[in-house]
Design a protein around this ligand. Structure first.
Ligand SMILES: C[S@@+](CC[C@H](N)C(=O)[O-])C[C@H]1O[C@@H](n2cnc3c(N)ncnc32)[C@H](O)[C@@H]1O
Length: 243
């Protein structure tokens, strides 16, 4: 089955250019920098790197980073960031990676939940395993279903953002469907020139047991599941090692 195209928020150039502003302060990434330092990782895969916020930070720390994403518009934003030339950017998905023998692979920003199809999820985990060295670490987050993040999204209202070089952008929630384990939401983006773009996303909420089983089946040993310090009680941050 062909893979779903990336959501417009990541793949449409005008929206991808706004993503970093919509996403705000990225203190969630501090934890990943800390974990990679703890693990002593020197070569890292950033899968679903999006606009490259983590990849350029890690490269600035001296790590060798291969950053992968299927959304060209997001990679174009990433490539324009200071220090981007130190990162190896790959347009594609985990299956496009060679056997890098990397020390670690990360998926931040709940990339794991974007992989809604179980066959895609399994294939992604296997491909990451093949790209890591034996003993290499897999580190990713996924929202805890029991924290019911969608109830907060249901309460979301229109917001106005002022973006440098873009102007005013109004974001407006237009749809939210909860059909567990899937949650679909759609937002409209109203630009000052009268253009309205929309982006729909579907996320899969996996239980701790489902995450443990899928990661184990792909050839990893789960070492630890932590909290995300910036989102206590809301996320599984899973750390596993390639067997
Ligand atoms: C919520 S964004 C997170 C981006 C980035 N990791 C961050 O923390 O800012 C999800 C990303 O997953 C990417 N994505 C979608 N399908 C993917 C796939 N099959 N493999 C890898 N990444 C994918 C999207 O293009 C998007 O950039």
């Amino acid at each position: 089955m062909p893979r779903r195209p990336a959501d417009a928020l990541f793949a449409e150039p005008r929206l991808a250019a706004c993503y970093d502003t919509f996403d705000g302060e990225r203190d969630d990434l501090d934890h990943y920098q800390q974990i990679l330092a703890e693990l002593g990782a020197r070569t890292v895969i950033d899968l679903g790197c999006g606009t490259g916020s983590l990849a350029v930070r890690l490269a600035a720390d001296g790590l060798a980073v291969t950053a992968v994403d299927p959304a060209l518009a997001s990679l174009d934003v990433a490539r324009g960031k200071p220090g981007a030339e130190r990162v190896t950017w790959v347009l594609g998905s985990a299956e496009d990676l060679p056997a890098l023998g990397a020390d670690a692979a990360v998926m931040t920003g709940n990339v794991a939940q974007v992989l809604v199809d179980e066959a895609d999820w399994t294939s992604t985990l296997r491909a990451l395993h093949a790209a890591l060295r034996r003993g290499g670490a897999l580190v990713f987050e996924s929202r805890r279903p029991e924290a019911r993040a969608w109830t907060r999204w249901q309460a979301a209202t229109e917001a106005t953002h002022l973006l440098p070089g873009v102007g005013r952008v109004i974001t407006r929630p237009v749809r939210l469907e909860v059909d567990l384990p899937l949650v679909t939401f759609e937002d409209a983006y109203l630009f000052a020139d009268g253009t309205t773009l929309t982006s729909a996303s579907t996320l899969r909420f996996r239980s701790e047991q489902e995450l443990r089983e899928s990661v184990t089946a792909a050839g990893f040993t789960v070492e630890e599941i932590r909290q995300a310090p910036d989102r206590p009680g809301q996320e599984f941050v899973l750390i596993a090692r390639a067997n």
